[in-house]
Design a protein around this ligand. Structure first.
Ligand SMILES: Nc1ncnc2c1ncn2[C@@H]1O[C@H](COP(=O)(O)OP(=O)(O)OP(=O)(O)O)[C@@H](O)[C@H]1O
Ligand SMILES: O=P(O)(O)OC[C@H]1O[C@H](OP(=O)(O)OP(=O)(O)O)[C@H](O)[C@@H]1O
Ligand SMILES: [Mg+2]
Length: 285
């Protein structure tokens, strides 16, 4: 029987969220200590635990059929693979940073300077786009230390909270790429593997939608129902059920995370009471 082979990060920032996603898709993957390869017990999936930097190459070479990796790595490695789905975790940005006291006034500041980075391809593209010529110094980690030890005047590295930059006396001056974890695939998958990928994608999309939405229940006086229903999107339209107490109804609906607080405030103002918010496990539309 054909199995789809997926490459995920062995350890590091993406490992846990990648495993959690598979689990929420109902796929059982055991992750034994030092085990580099394992099989799902209830889905045609073989899992390889890899260094994240190697995943694009393995997927291009069809050593793995699909992989989970950051967009930053996908675009740096520039392999012939296809991004099929954004996964909503591992969110960060690739940014240029300089010493806290420097007067950065745009990319021209970098002219003739040394920039330490793990992302030479993306930095080179950024410099070319801005017509700047600088010396890219490629290092494989601890990039933020470079200005402090006289290795470079600027760096380009991943940032999320900014605390690593802060702790090293640096400031972020120019984001060059927004990134999150994505699912990538080999460009020449056969039909059997495509079919398994589509099954997996169907589950991933249901998990993603559920994560982005909440189920809400509230009580409303009937005279306010019309206004309250107007505020609620719902999957089709809100469910309205009569309460035992005359003149009141229970209203059920689904709200997306981004508009959630905004709508809750309006619902309260419109007379909604006893608002309950419940996480959704899977959402299939
Ligand atoms: N601070 C951060 N916040 C959110 N996501 C991040 C952060 N840093 C990195 N990432 C994302 O997680 C990915 C893996 O980061 P990690 O630091 O674990 O990589 P690594 O040290 O290269 O690991 P490996 O040992 O697999 O080569 C990055 O490529 C990026 O997409
Ligand atoms: O803006 P922040 O929240 O401080 O995050 C940024 C840091 O996170 C990543 O490193 P990580 O901690 O994964 O360690 P690594 O250098 O071992 O990859 C990245 O390389 C930065 O150094
Ligand atoms: Mg790596």
């Amino acid at each position: 029987m054909t199995k789809l082979r997926i490459g995920i990060q062995k350890s590091g920032r993406l490992h846990e969220d990648s495993m959690k996603l598979l689990k929420e898709c109902g796929i059982d993957v055991s992750n034994g200590v030092n085990k580099l390869k394992t099989e799902a017990s209830n889905f045609p999936l073989e899992v390889f635990f890899l260094r994240d930097d190697d995943i694009p190459q393995y997927v291009e070479d069809a050593v793995a059929d699909i992989g989970i990796v950051g967009e930053n790595v996908v675009y740096e490695k520039n392999k012939r693979i296809t991004v099929v789905e954004k996964l909503g975790f591992g969110k960060c940005r690739l940014s240029v940073a300089v010493r806290k006291g420097d007067d950065y006034d745009g990319p021209a500041f970098l002219e003739g300077k040394r920039i330490a980075t793990t992302y030479p391809v993306l930095v080179d593209r950024f410099l070319k786009e801005h017509g700047v010529s600088a010396d890219i110094h490629e290092i494989s980690g601890s990039v933020e230390i470079a200005p402090g030890i006289g290795l470079a005047e600027a760096i380009c590295d991943l940032v999320s909270s900014g605390s690593t930059l802060f702790m090293n006396g640096l400031k972020e001056v120019h984001p060059i790429l927004q990134s999150q974890a994505v699912l990538v695939r080999n460009n020449g998958l056969d039909q059997d593997r495509m079919d398994i990928l589509h099954k997996l994608l169907f589950r991933i999309q249901a998990v993603k939608k559920a994560r982005n939405n909440k189920y809400i229940l509230l009580n409303a006086p009937n005279e306010q129902l019309e206004e309250i229903i107007r505020l609620l999107p719902g999957m089709k339209s809100p469910t309205v059920l009569p309460l035992a107490e005359a003149g009141w109804s229970s209203v059920h609906s689904v709200l997306s995370e981004n508009e959630f607080w905004d709508i809750i405030e309006k619902l309260k103002a419109a007379g909604a009471q006893g608002i309950l918010v419940v996480p959704i496990e899977k959402m299939i539309v």
